[in-house]
Design a protein around this ligand. Structure first.
Ligand code: ATP
Length: 341
């Protein structure tokens, strides 16, 4: 059992309130991503959990034990927390084996070093020195070192930010697999929404020192708590609408609404670009193609509606949708609405 419970955590530096009452529960064995823009307080939260900073109020409980509160301040080394920092975490003069075994007691199970190196995909690399490893391999070693003493919690502070895009996806998928194979409870701090959605079991979105929403990646993307979260966790097409029954009447037609709201209300409607379906002569409203941006795996097509509004559709096969062409545009699936008031 190593659940993390953060309750009503507050922290100010001088007159600046950085954490304004943060609540977060990370169930045992799961990975939570703390996601938010720069300066929202993510690192401060992580530092309080680790014991490097004291909260002004609130509490941190780990594996059923209070480790920080107004009256309790367990030193970092007694909290059984493993930390994976951004980069440069390895001791340059120690081999991979000795780096990974650093936190293990003398005489402890040396088999554990080989076990965690295998978990992160580096079996057989024990004799190498850090400078003989790539950046991705070094971060894998840092994760193995954090896992080795079987801590109650692993904290990862933007651990993939120094890796280039292709490598980052591969390393984070492997690290994710290693953490879950070892049954670790983990908190990953990131400002990269794709990283949070693709890696975590639970995504906690922070804004200006507050926790705005904590939900599964799918729940967050499909049912964001407000427009700010909707925009932060993905691209949006925003439309004005009026509710009528279970539909919002918009410039793209009557769209099925995910959660019912009072009829007649004026709403802002959030549609994801991949929900827009482009056809030559199918269902939907008419629109004219303005231009498109090709990404390889898909393309973003900008379209002008009859009222002059411009919307963006994400399409897997849009080679035919050339600028100036009149097309039909329909919306697939349900949409999310927020009151305009
Ligand atoms: P980033 O993604 O840029 O790392 P963050 O969300 O992790 O940002 P924090 O590093 O927690 O944000 O910082 C939140 C705010 O607290 C910032 O305005 C920062 O300047 C301030 N802050 C952090 N640590 C201290 C400190 N020791 N003394 C004074 N102000 C601090």
């Amino acid at each position: 059992m190593s659940e993390l419970v953060v309750q009503a955590l507050r922290k100010s530096f001088g007159p600046t309130e950085v954490l304004a009452g943060i609540d977060l529960t990370v169930p045992s064995g799961s990975l939570a991503a703390v996601l938010g823009p720069s300066g929202c307080g993510k690192t401060t939260l992580l530092r309080i959990v680790a014991g490097f900073e004291r909260p002004d109020d609130g509490a941190v409980e780990l594996a059923g034990r209070t480790v920080a509160s107004r009256s309790v301040d367990l030193p970092p080394e007694k909290r059984r927390i493993g930390i994976v920092p951004q980069e440069g975490a390895l001791f340059p003069h120690l081999s991979v084996d000795r780096n990974v075994g650093y936190g293990l007691r003398r005489g402890a199970d040396r088999g554990r070093v080989a076990e965690v190196l295998e978990l992160v995909g580096l079996a057989g690399y024990g004799d190498r020195m850090p400078h003989e490893l790539s950046g991705g391999q070094q971060q894998r070693v840092a994760v193995a070192r954090a896992l080795a003493p079987r801590p109650s919690l692993i904290l990862l502070d933007e651990p993939f930010s120094s890796l280039d895009t292709g490598l980052r996806a591969e390393v984070r998928a492997d690290v994710r697999a290693a953490l879950s194979a070892d049954g670790a409870t983990a908190v990953l701090v990131t400002h990269d929404q794709e990283e949070a959605l693709s890696t975590a079991d639970l995504v906690a979105v922070m804004r200006a020192g507050r926790m705005v929403q904590a939900a599964s990646p799918r729940g967050l993307y499909l049912a964001p708590a407000d427009l700010g979260v909707a925009n932060f966790v993905g691209d949006t097409v925003l439309l004005d609408g009026t509710l009528s029954g279970r539909c919002a009447v918009t410039a793209l037609g009557a769209l099925a609404v995910r959660a019912p709201m009072p009829a007649g209300s004026a709403v802002r409607v959030v549609v994801r670009p991949e929900q827009l379906v482009l056809t030559a002569d199918g269902d939907g409203v008419s629109a004219r193609v303005r231009d498109q941006v090709f990404f390889g795996h898909d393309a973003l097509v900008h379209l002008e509606l009859s009222d002059g509004a411009v919307v963006t559709a994400r399409s897997l096969d849009a080679a035919w949708a050339q600028p100036g062409l009149d097309v039909r545009l329909a919306v697939r699936g349900e949409v999310t609405c927020f009151s305009s008031q």
